[in-house]
Design a protein around this ligand. Structure first.
Ligand code: FES
Length: 174
């Protein structure tokens, strides 16, 4: 196809070609290669970044099993407070504190505390636990896990350590 002066984008004042003529074919060819390299680049980034974690550090971030839950007075007397992000219940009876696991000992569902019945209930298969975490109904084979709880000597705050379990009778008196 013959090109006319209107197709030429780089012409001298006398009408002679300086570099080249930029036709629709050039444009489509350039766009095609551009798309090809963009697709290849995207594929390579995806391959190295996501599939092999090439740009990610090989580190797993986990919450520390030992954490501060607050001052004793921040928990009302005779209360059960669920710390959802930590998956523990803080049970306060008078001056005594316990840290109980939220995880049902049957198949691991999250138990809920019923204020009306004053017990923990599992919504999955109906296990029930007394307020002190001891199981009394349903398929749960043992009490809820009890975690070690201490008072931080510097801040006076309660500290729970989920890496250490204690017996059902253990309680922290402040
Ligand atoms: S998981 Fe709680 S009763 Fe089955």
């Amino acid at each position: 196809m013959e090109t006319t002066d209107t197709d030429r984008c780089n012409t001298s004042e006398t009408g002679e070609n300086i570099w080249f003529t930029f036709t629709r074919r050039h444009f489509l060819s350039l766009a095609g290669w551009g798309l090809f390299f963009a697709a290849m680049g995207g594929y390579l980034v995806r391959f190295f970044w996501f599939k092999h974690g090439f740009f990610y550090p090989k580190v797993v971030f986990e919450l520390s099993p030992r954490f501060t839950v607050g001052e004793p007075k921040s928990f009302p007397e005779n209360s059960v407070t669920k710390l959802k992000s930590r998956m523990v219940f803080i049970v306060r009876d008078g001056d005594s504190f316990k840290a109980l696991s939220v995880v049902c000992t049957h198949l691991g569902c999250a138990v809920e505390f019923s204020k009306e019945k004053n017990i923990f209930e599992c919504p999955c298969h109906g296990s029930k636990y007394y307020r002190n975490g001891v199981n009394f109904a349903g398929p749960a084979p043992r009490p809820l896990a009890h975690f070690e709880m201490v008072i931080d000597p510097y801040s006076g705050r309660l500290v729970v350590d989920k890496s250490k379990t204690v017996s059902v009778e253990t309680e922290l008196v402040v």
